[in-house]
Design a protein around this ligand. Structure first.
Ligand SMILES: *[C@@H]1O[C@H](CO)[C@@H](O)[C@H](O)[C@H]1NC(C)=O
Ligand SMILES: *[C@@H]1O[C@H](CO)[C@@H](O)[C@H](O)[C@H]1NC(C)=O
Ligand SMILES: *[C@@H]1O[C@H](CO)[C@@H](O)[C@H](O)[C@H]1NC(C)=O
Ligand SMILES: *[C@@H]1O[C@H](CO)[C@@H](O)[C@H](O)[C@H]1NC(C)=O
Length: 738
């Protein structure tokens, strides 16, 4: 899910479902496939009729255009349709087809956060911020929120070509200038209404983080109190609702990209992620972002919530920006006080007040709902329905894992104390009083319960405190290396994604558990989903000052000015935080940029083994793969340097880069390499770059050679002219799985 709500029961349940459903599908069952055909070559009408005729060739002349779930024809070329596996194979062999792959499900992966990264309220802004349009692919939006009021906004910018899809009770305004919804399954119900309206919360939260208005005095019942605002409060929002209560379908996501690009958005915000890392043209995320990039639109993406293991990042396309989640200095802790007066401190956002009253406390494992066939081994985790209501009603329940609190809540418990080994960096809301304790404290609570007749406890309201270790990367944030192209560093950078306060639809319980009656206009949420819109807002802010900059130039500015983070706090180093913590104000004036054009990405793809014919379709031109080799990846003009080695033997690698002067017309930069590695030599040649004009490009080579002395070796290159420091992270990784 969007937010990071760990739940073992859910994992087990989905596994059970996968196993069950795995056997019921047969060869002849049709499922939704996406047929991707690259750049659009003809007008929309011809493109659509091509799709129909291809389908007729495969399925039969009796099928018409109504059989297509989508014809992608506004920004690129392709379609979504239900096919059997054989039909899909046949289509894959047809002329003009780049790839055919099943449409899978993706998941959704939050006032203080902007101050924390140095973008204060009264920052210098350009009037053209008002013309920036942010496309948000998410769960829709709650248009009545103050964060989206259009007071003071004029009509939409003239370049806007989108629409507000007609729906009951939903109107756009001059802030939310467009809204569409996508639902290829065609299933609508009370949760999944035929409207861009957000009943879940995620989309409202992310959109307001990127571009919400200034709203003073916003808080979650007093927590996180301050002025809620987006990175670009004057910008416009275009809503593309692709995620619903049952997640997000690939076919819908691709349709939203097709529209957003054609509608004229400036930046796309994408807090959505898949289960696996997929090859570039088997993944709607990479495909959509590629065509966005070609049109000059940067796609900002959540890195994923599968951390802290290495190699867990799923959104890796180098033409988009992948964003890890850092903590901000705000933390929430919640005390549990036992009948024996002992106090243990856990984490959670507990707005409920038990007024110091002691309640009986029971261990979940001692209260299995045996009538429904549950055993102690289930009820210890307090999963839904596993607890015996008669035994837990009116009591506090101790559970052996962190959950949403739904199980204890549904069973009528007064509160829940959870214990587990997860890092104590993420406080979440439960529908009842709750606190999450470390294992060592939880086991003391257990011993107390086990050894005391009439054991009691109470859970205090949460306290908000300052986390003096911040920023560090949240444990849930997905880590590199990048499984598809290990020699490109991912994630690109980090932005605040923990305990973020932003707008919320009052119809969605803040804990997301049904029955939780707290209907609020602002909520605190966490996830790389919340980090992504911070980067989106920052990118839009830069675009308002530099409207002609390419997506890669904006990305370079954000990366080379990011605040370096410490490997002492995150063992995975660059694989956790990329270039570091985003600094939007500094990114306005990066000095130098590493630019990359569409053709450079194509050449890179050639080097990665994609063939010329396929790339002609993707790019819609005659670019040649002739000079591309496996080495080409090292020469993609990326603002970071990475290499993945399979052993710690001696090696030597050269990288070629070209920087463009956007700082002072005449300037002399010195290349300074800083390295923690003893066994590696890193040289830059030339080590001095002298610019005589703006826009001038100069090239250099960076060589890394030697023998890495650890699994992850961090270094950096800084071009410094005394005024600007243009920093690139360097990382050498040795995988030890052999
Ligand atoms: C448990 O119940 C809650 C409340 O009805 C629901 O939101 C949640 O999805 C359920 N969890 C699982 C794993 O079924
Ligand atoms: C539309 O608004 C009316 C009046 O506010 C409300 O009664 C109704 O439930 C709303 N319908 C939907 C679908 O939200
Ligand atoms: C719980 O109590 C039982 C019976 O007194 C005892 O055997 C067991 O070791 C106790 N467990 C713990 C973890 O204290
Ligand atoms: C590609 O090459 C062909 C033949 O040389 C030419 O007709 C066509 O216009 C070229 N297409 C593009 C997009 O450059």
């Amino acid at each position: 899910m969007a937010r990071k709500t760990p739940s073992l029961s859910w994992l087990l349940l989905s596994l059970a479902f996968t196993l069950l459903l795995g056997h019921s599908t047969t060869q002849n069952d049709r499922k939704t496939y996406i047929v991707y055909m690259g750049q659009r070559q003809m007008d929309e009408i011809s493109t659509a009729s091509l799709h129909t005729s291809m389908l007729q060739e495969v399925i039969g002349s009796n099928v018409g255009p109504e059989s297509l779930l989508y014809s992608y024809k506004r920004s690129f070329n392709g379609f979504a349709v239900e096919l059997t596996e054989q039909e899909a194979q046949k289509l894959a062999g047809m002329n003009g087809v780049v790839s055919v792959f099943p449409s899978k499900k993706k998941k959704l992966l939050t006032t203080r956060s902007w101050d924390f990264i140095g973008l204060p309220q009264k920052v210098r802004r350009r009037l053209v911020e008002n013309d920036i349009i942010i496309g948000v692919l998410d769960t829709g939006i709650w248009p009545e929120s103050k964060s989206f009021s259009d007071k003071g906004f004029g009509p939409p910018p003239r370049k806007w070509r989108g629409t507000c899809q007609a729906s009951i009770n939903f109107t756009c305004n001059n802030k939310i200038i467009g809204a569409r919804y996508y639902r290829s399954s065609g299933v609508f119900d009370e949760n999944n209404v035929k409207s861009p309206r957000d009943l879940k919360g995620h989309g409202t939260h992310t959109a307001s983080t990127a571009a919400g208005n200034f709203v003073s005095g916003a808080s979650l019942l007093g927590y996180g109190l301050g002025t809620a605002r987006g990175g670009v409060p004057s910008a416009r929002i275009a809503v593309y609702k692709v995620c619903w209560f049952d997640d997000c379908d690939d076919a819908d996501i691709l349709a939203a990209f097709d529209d957003a690009i054609a509608d004229g958005v400036d930046i796309i915000s994408y807090s959505i992620g898949g289960e696996q890392t997929l090859k570039y043209f088997q993944d709607v995320t990479a495909i959509g972002a590629f065509h966005a990039m070609r049109t000059g639109i940067l796609t900002s993406m959540a890195a994923g919530n599968k951390g802290p293991g290495l190699g867990t990042i799923t959104n890796v396309a180098p033409w988009s920006l992948s964003v890890a989640a850092t903590t901000i200095d705000r933390k929430y802790f919640t005390q549990v006080q036992l009948g024996n007066k002992n106090i243990y401190e856990g984490i959670s956002i507990n707005t409920f007040d038990l007024k110091n009253k002691q309640y009986p406390i029971i261990y979940g494992g001692d209260a299995p709902n045996t009538r429904k066939g549950f055993q102690s081994s289930d009820s210890r985790y307090c999963t839904n329905n596993s607890l015996d209501q008669d035994l837990v009603k009116g009591k506090i329940v101790l559970c052996d894992i962190r959950t949403t609190g739904a199980g204890a809540f549904l069973a009528g418990a007064v509160g829940t104390v959870m214990q587990g080994q997860a890092q104590q960096d993420l406080a979440t809301s439960a529908p009842l009083p709750a606190s999450y304790l470390r294992l060592k404290d939880g086991s003391k609570v257990y011993s107390y319960i086990n050894s005391t007749r009439g054991a009691t406890a109470t859970i205090h309201k949460s306290k908000e405190g300052k986390d003096k270790f911040a920023p560090y990367i949240a444990s849930f944030s997905s880590r590199g290396p990048n499984a598809i192209t290990p020699n490109i560093l991912q994630p690109d950078l980090a932005a605040p994604g923990v305990h973020i306060l932003a707008a919320w639809p009052p119809v969605s319980p803040i804990s997301t558990v049904k029955g939780d009656k707290r209907a609020l206009l602002y909520n605190i949420d966490s996830g790389t989903s919340m980090a992504c819109p911070h980067a989106t807002g920052a990118a839009a802010y830069i675009k308002s000052f530099h409207p002609t900059w390419s997506p890669a130039a904006i990305k370079s500015a954000l990366m080379t000015t990011a605040t370096p983070m410490s490997a002492k706090k995150n063992y995975e180093a660059e694989f956790a935080y990329g270039a570091g913590n985003i600094n939007p104000l500094k990114a306005l004036n990066p000095g130098l940029i590493y630019d990359i054009g569409a053709l450079d990405y194509i050449r890179f793809l050639c080097g990665e083994g994609y063939n010329t014919k396929l790339l002609h379709l993707v790019a819609g031109d005659n670019s040649s793969c002739s000079r591309a080799t496996k080495e080409t990846v090292f020469n993609l003009n990326y603002p970071s340097f990475a290499i993945s080695l399979s052993s710690s033997r001696s090696f030597s690698q050269v990288y070629h880069r070209t920087v463009t002067n956007v700082g002072s017309p005449t300037s002399t930069y010195k290349g300074i390499v800083t390295s923690t590695a003893t066994g590696l030599r890193i040289k830059v040649n030339p080590s001095v770059l002298t610019f005589t004009s703006l826009g001038q490009k100069l090239s250099f080579a960076l060589t890394i050679e030697g023998t890495p002395n650890k699994d992850i070796v961090s270094a950096s290159l800084v071009w410094d002219d005394g005024k600007f420091q243009v920093r690139s992270p360097i990382v050498v990784a040795v995988s030890t799985d052999d």
